[in-house]
Design a protein around this ligand. Structure first.
Ligand code: FBP
Length: 336
């Protein structure tokens, strides 16, 4: 069987699914940047790129060298293409304006350049998460600074989303709204090859992912539900569950896309003003688009994450995503 590489998949999508050409070119540019990030990440200590920058990002979080390097790689790979009105990222306080010397386009690219940063120094899996939106016409102008309100659209408005995962293999997982496709990087030819067509999340599961060390800070519905998971076949769920926590959302979500499961990062009482740890625009929203396209579900405990109207670029949200049966159960507990 002839191998389908990313370029062919995108060209066939443009032909059969009316995926716009500029979106296909944009995704190719993001994929190229992820290949470069994969190479840089794999150098580790040999590349002098481990450890901290000694700076903080807009979230007040320590910036790893690779956070900043990955952010730069994505900016430089995408700023010249003419497909973007602006970019935004976890590592930048404000939107990145396309330099005047380059043409602007009608898409917006939002990303977490390196998700799972605290896994870098221990050579555990990390990844890149990205989301593509259309820039509303009222914000489109070749000459003016883009108002970052243009980004503040609910996740249902995404035209594409995906992640690269830098693990034993480097993979690109992508949706353009026509299911979820998985591509594995063939380093010998430098191409992403379609290896996982139409990925699907089983509706039921026996595996969950949560950081248990936060248990004393959880709200009642989460305490109740995780207690039932741990009670296993002797409890109300009448089946045993396994637990995983890779501490890199891309890895936990990838496992769920491969074999099902439930990923939870609830809000907790450590910082009651924060609705959760994970960011809506460039973590929860793109991952929710992928999960729903693969037949799963994703809520913040009360509503569909894709329906949330963002109020800020770096807004945080509680996340319960994965196998539909369990997402519906934990969401029902929040509503009781
Ligand atoms: P970063 O984007 O700063 O890495 O934070 C997000 C994240 O690393 C997720 O990828 C992961 O699921 C979560 O934080 C792990 O949080 P914790 O370290 O509290 O378990």
């Amino acid at each position: 069987m002839s191998r389908v590489i990313l370029s062919r998949y995108l060209i066939e999508q443009a032909r059969s699914n009316n995926t716009p050409d500029d979106l296909c070119f944009l995704i190719e540019a993001v994929a190229r940047a992820c290949k470069e990030i994969s190479q840089v990440v794999s150098k580790g200590a040999l590349g002098g790129i481990l450890g901290s920058m000694g700076t903080e990002n807009v979230q007040g979080e320590e910036q790893k060298k690779l956070d900043v390097i990955s952010n730069e790689i994505l900016l430089k790979a995408n700023e010249w293409g003419g497909h973007l009105a602006a970019m935004a990222s976890e590592e930048m306080g404000h939107a990145y304006q396309i330099p005047r010397k380059y043409p602007k386009g009608a898409n917006l690219l939002v990303f977490d350049p390196l998700d799972g940063s605290f896994n870098i120094d221990i050579t555990a899996t990390v990844g890149t998460i990205f989301s593509v939106l259309h820039c509303p016409n009222e914000y489109l102008s070749q000459n003016e600074v883009l108002n970052e309100k243009a980004f503040l659209q609910p996740g249902t408005e995404q035209v594409a989303a995906g992640y690269a995962i830098y693990g034993p293999q480097t993979m690109l997982i992508l949706t353009v709204g026509d299911g979820v496709q998985g591509f594995t990087l063939d380093r010998e030819i430098g191409s992403f090859v379609l290896t996982h067509e139409d990925m699907n999340i089983p509706a039921s599961t026996q595996e969950f992912a949560i950081n248990m060390s936060n248990q004393r800070y959880w709200e009642e519905p989460v305490i109740r539900y995780v207690g039932e998971l741990i009670a296993g076949q002797d409890g109300p769920l009448e089946k045993n569950f396994n637990m995983r926590w890779v501490a890199a959302m891309v890895a936990d979500v990838h496992r769920i896309l491969i074999r099902g499961g439930l990923f939870m990062y609830p809000r907790d009482r450590r910082e009651p003003s924060k609705p959760g740890k994970l960011r809506l625009m460039y973590e929860a929203s793109p991952m929710s688009f992928l999960v729903e396209q693969a037949g799963g579900a994703s809520t913040n405990g009360y509503q569909r994450i894709l329906d949330i109207q963002p109020k800020g670029l770096h807004q945080r949200v509680a996340v319960f995503l994965g196998s539909k049966e369990e997402v519906e159960r934990i969401t029902a507990y929040h509503k009781q």
